[in-house]
Ligand binder design. Structure first.
Ligand SMILES: NC(=O)c1ccc[n+]([C@@H]2O[C@H](COP(=O)([O-])OP(=O)(O)OC[C@H]3O[C@@H](n4cnc5c(N)ncnc54)[C@H](O)[C@@H]3O)[C@@H](O)[C@H]2O)c1
Ligand SMILES: O=C(O)C[C@H](O)C(=O)O
Length: 353
């Protein structure tokens, strides 16, 4: 499995023409030590994400933290014969140890949706969880890159920023809302619909669809006009249907799971891709670009998801939106009021509590 993962990553890099400088990163002698902490590691996302991070050759230490259940997950994952040393931490008194020395902290802690709920309905519970975890991050690993998965991402990222500002540790280049699942879905749905060459279809990694805005309903704005390879035969109706399916992707899974939670496996996959991109950036691998919800000035909103170039200190550059179709321009204007309200709600919560 490990060699499969390494081979896949290597061949992806080779296709990007960067193999010779990067291949060295996969020899265990030259790869820097990197500690990754997962907060909420015993949950539906946390467990498969722990597995995927254990398979990532860039990780040397993997800290699995939750309020219960991490001993079993750590013992289980820890038996896999890959590089990362795994340790489980449980309860608030062990949170500091879990975080100390972390380069990347991934947060999938919190409650998931049930059918009929919006992501914002999770705010009352998850806002407090995120706030207390970010308070600990500010204390124990203030320079870590933070990957926020807990919903509602449109509010939890602003909460995290306020907590870090209060603690005097805020670095806007190191705080990321994970929107990779929207990109993964957009790529999958697009590949199914667009008449792109079969070779590309089999290698989803070669299909690209930027997704901008935020991570809830209409705030999720896939830019199919910029998809590569171009799906020339797509009608306006096709684009509208693909956009709606991408925006409703989370709800599709929540309904299919019928009360047993939301996306976990595809989210773990998406979270592992994004964390891997952050690690590569930290390690100096050039030209790492992913979409993420970050502090931004590309619109009038203080946080916005767009393509972001990653580097040794987190965000190197927030990339612009590029040319939009009329349909996408309309989607952009329509999403702004909801996204603005969610951002302000998060900021207010963090300032008042
Ligand atoms: N960003 C995205 O694209 C995306 C995708 C899917 C799910 N999510 C969100 O991720 C979150 C987790 O989803 P899940 O399916 O893994 O839920 P889950 O209930 O299966 O797991 C959540 C875990 O968080 C733990 N937890 C609760 N409070 C904690 C605390 N204070 N400290 C540490 N751990 C704590 C729980 O014990 C549990 O193990 C939800 O908010 C969900 O909406 C986001
Ligand atoms: O939809 C959800 O509640 C979970 C997540 O945000 C998703 O997009 O799958």
């Amino acid at each position: 499995m490990r060699s499969f993962v390494v081979r896949s990553v290597e061949s992806a890099l080779r296709r990007r023409g960067a193999a010779s400088s990067n291949r060295r990163l996969f020899s265990s002698d030259s790869v820097p030590e990197r500690k990754v902490a997962i907060l909420g590691a015993a949950g539906g996302i946390g467990q498969p994400l722990a597995l995927l991070m254990k398979l990532n050759p860039l990780v040397s230490n993997l800290a699995l933290y939750d309020i219960a259940g991490t001993a079993g997950v750590a013992a289980d994952v820890g038996h896999i014969n890959t590089r990362a040393q795994v340790a489980g931490y449980v309860g608030e008194e062990q949170l500091g140890k879990a975080l100390e020395g972390s380069d990347v902290v991934i947060i999938p802690a919190g409650v998931p949706r049930k059918p009929g709920m919006t992501r914002d309905d999770l705010f009352n519970i998850n806002a407090g969880i995120v706030k207390s975890l970010c308070t600990a991050i500010a204390k124990y690993c203030p320079s870590a890159v933070v990957n926020m998965i807990s919903n509602p991402v449109n509010s939890t990222v602003p909460i995290a920023s306020e907590v870090f500002k209060k603690a005097g540790t805020y670095d806007e280049k190191k705080l990321f809302g994970v929107t990779t699942l929207d990109v993964v879905r957009a790529k999958t749905f697009y590949t199914g619909k667009a008449k792109v060459p079969l070779r590309e279809c089999l290698q989803l990694i070669d299909v690209n669809v930027p997704v901008v805005g935020g991570h809830a309903g209409i705030t999720i704005l896939p830019l199919f006009s910029q998809a590569t390879p171009a799906g020339n035969d797509l009608s306006t109706e096709d684009i509208k249907a693909l956009t709606k399916r991408t925006q409703d992707g989370g709800t599709e899974v929540v309904e299919a799971k019928a009360g047993k939670g939301s996306a976990t496996l595809s989210m773990a996959y998406a979270g592992a891709i994004f964390a891997d991109a952050c690690l590569k950036g930290l390690n100096g691998v050039p030209d790492i670009v992913e979409c993420s919800f970050v502090q931004s000035s590309i619109t009038e909103l203080p946080f916005f998801a767009s393509k972001v170039r990653l580097g040794k200190n987190g965000v190197v550059e927030v990339l612009g939106l590029g040319p939009l179709s009329d349909y996408e321009e309309e989607g952009l204007e329509n999403l702004k009021p909801e996204l603005k309200a969610s951002i302000e709600k998060g900021i207010k919560f963090a300032r008042d509590n």
